[in-house]
Design a protein around this ligand. Structure first.
Ligand code: DGT
Ligand code: CA
Ligand code: CA
Ligand code: ZN
Length: 577
């Protein structure tokens, strides 16, 4: 067995235990072990052979013994026994939005459902609605969720997983002798929210030593293909990585070609043909014969076509060629434009660090002000704050502001629950005393479109609400989030000045790129926030910036570029009509 198979089995066991109703810490132990094995940069068989499994964080002697059993016999007795009790196919049911472990156990015990197909069948036959705490509406919602899963449940990797892996490999290749340049290409360079495979490029005079090093990296499980300038490997994590190596004088066409998108490239080649040139990854070539035109930079590629440089995040053939031809490309928002972060958590709720820790790290990160926005009381699972604790927190924030002095400011905010019935978690008198009020959907996301949209609109029209965080509540890769009527939400945000968030956490990226684009067109104010629960999460900001760029956002649209007085004036205007 390889890393992925061991990790998958642990993950499956964790899910089976949760369906059986086991204690949380046991479930978590298997989940953590699965993650640790998946992220291990080395072949697990080798670590086992060296007798060093217990040196992996989260792997104690019991789990190490289980890994040993899997690696030597290809089986796990514990799993076989558990399978007698909880059919492993039940785990598939958890991928349906709205199916938690309890509900899976319920359909298994009452209706004998063990597979997704059987679940679909009993739902279609109208048998689900007979169950306690179900009903015709829940049944319909599950059917919709099953269809959504069938449509979107593919094998793409969230960008947050692929990005660090690619950066680590590039950093290693960069150190090899003869390497002039390295870059990510493909969907990863365009910063799509999910990645099919990772494309890496290297500029070097001699390709062979780089190919040899790449294919021999310890993360590599197997080699799909290996040629003189191109190799493709599968990592232990299951991720496919393609590498191309070309000489430096061809870097521009190489980078342009493999960054894509395919449709963007098609348009570039059409423009080239109009000038009597054919274009590929190696060069421009006159169609009538003659010398190649080499491009050492992408700027040179675009210049040859009579175009300004088009940033990779725009290269999706969504109007960027026309805009470039017309000289009207947007001045995209840059990370260096951001001076604030308006959504983060501390140990007051489910964050890992104090108010002062978060503030100091934000200041060190170049920010000038932040909002501390811990959860509100009804999100008990995240230790949400009661009104009483909220006022205690106000004192701590005042003290921290006094300590930090005039160059930095902490706003006292909340991330307030929009409850299932549409009401808000704090009364208006409380909200009126806070500096910054976020309203969020975390629960009952699978309500029908009208109902869940109505909840969000109610929050937007409350005069004390300043921002809606992660509007749809989706989680990548396969929790689609609320089925919002986005036209209504965007129109309401535009009309009220309520800010919509582009949550930078790569498992959210919510608003997504296409919604950002519509928001920008409607003049909606947007914020790029990390939703940090730890100072390390500030490093995720670039995913939010890229998502905003993919939505053609400029600095004008992003409130985090505003000096604090401008933001406060905007909020004040909203609160008083
Ligand atoms: P992915 O991997 O599915 O997330 O998406 P990409 O865009 O990374 O696609 P991939 O890995 O198949 O190819 C990387 C880039 O190489 C792609 O964006 C454009 C270029 N490319 C690949 N195949 C073709 C092709 O047949 N024609 C053209 N014009 N470009 C291609
Ligand atoms: Ca790719
Ligand atoms: Ca590829
Ligand atoms: Zn949050």
């Amino acid at each position: 067995m390889n890393n992925r198979e061991v990790a998958d089995l642990f993950e499956k066991i964790a899910h089976m235990l949760s369906i059986r109703g086991d204690v949380v810490h046991r479930v978590l132990a298997y989940q953590k072990a699965a993650e640790a094995v998946r992220e291990l940069g080395r072949d697990i068989n080798q670590v086992y052979a060296e007798g060093r499994l217990t040196e992996i964080a989260g792997i104690g002697s019991t789990l190490a013994d289980k890994i040993g059993e899997m690696l030597t016999t290809g089986e796990l007795e514990f799993y076989e026994r558990l399978s007698q009790e909880i059919p492993p196919t039940l785990v598939d049911l958890l991928r349906v939005e709205g199916m938690g472990p309890k509900r899976v156990q319920q359909v298994y015990e009452t209706l004998g459902v063990t597979t997704l197909a059987e679940l679909t069948a009993v739902a279609r036959a109208g048998k689900l609605k007979e169950l306690p705490r179900m009903g015709a509406k829940s049944e319909q919602r599950l059917l919709t969720a099953i269809e959504a899963l069938a449509k979107h449940g593919d094998d793409r990797t969230p960008i947050g997983e692929a990005w660090p892996v690619a950066q680590a490999i590039l950093a290693e290749l960069q150190t090899l002798p003869g390497v002039v340049n390295t870059a990510v290409a493909g969907s990863l360079r365009r910063m799509r929210e999910t990645i099919g495979d990772v494309d890496l490029l290297v500029a070097a005079a001699a390709a062979e030593p780089i190919m040899a090093h790449f294919c021999a990296m310890p993360q590599v499980e197997r080699i799909n293909g290996r040629g003189p300038t191109k190799s493709s490997v599968i990592l232990h994590s299951g991720l496919q990585v393609d590498l191309r190596v070309l000489p430096p004088e061809r870097w521009g066409t190489l980078l342009s070609y493999f960054t894509g998108s395919k449709n963007h490239n098609v348009r570039l080649r059409e423009l080239a043909l109009k000038q009597g040139l054919s274009l590929n990854e190696h060069a421009f070539t006159p169609t009538t014969g003659g010398d190649e035109i080499l491009c050492a930079s992408e700027e040179a590629v675009y210049a040859t076509l009579g175009l300004p440089f088009i940033p990779p995040t725009l290269r999706e053939e969504r109007g960027e060629i026309e805009a470039a031809l017309a000289g009207s490309l947007p001045q995209l928002i840059q990370q260096s434009d951001l001076i604030s972060d308006l959504h983060m958590h501390t140990t007051w709720s489910d964050g890992k660090m104090s108010v002062l820790d978060m503030a100091r790290a934000a200041q060190a990160d170049g920010l000038r002000y932040i909002a501390i926005t811990d959860h509100s009381v009804s999100l008990g699972i995240a230790n949400g704050l009661s009104v009483e604790r909220l006022w205690q927190q106000a004192e701590e924030i005042a003290a921290a502001n006094a300590q930090l002095g005039p160059d930095f400011r902490i706003l006292h905010g909340t991330e307030m629950e929009i409850k299932a019935d549409g009401s808000l978690d704090f009364p208006d008198e409380v909200l009126a005393q806070l500096d910054f009020v976020i309203a969020s959907l975390h629960t009952s996301l699978s309500q029908p479109r009208d109902q869940v949209t109505g909840r969000l609109l109610n929050a937007i029209y409350n005069p004390h609400v300043d921002m809606i965080a992660h509007p749809t509540g989706r989680l990548l890769p396969d929790r689609p989030g609320a089925d919002l009527d986005m036209d209504q939400v965007l129109a309401a945000a535009a009309a009220t000045g309520v800010i919509l968030e582009v949550n930078a956490n790569p498992s959210r990226l919510d608003l997504r790129d296409s919604h950002v684009r519509r928001a920008v067109e409607l003049g909606v104010k947007l914020a790029i926030n990390t939703d940090a629960h730890h100072v390390n999460h500030f490093a995720l900001r670039h995913y939010g910036v890229a998502t905003a760029q993919r939505g053609w956002a400029t600095a004008v649209a992003i409130v985090n570029t505003w000096p604090l007085p401008k933001l406060l004036a905007h909020l004040h205007r909203n609160r008083h009509g």
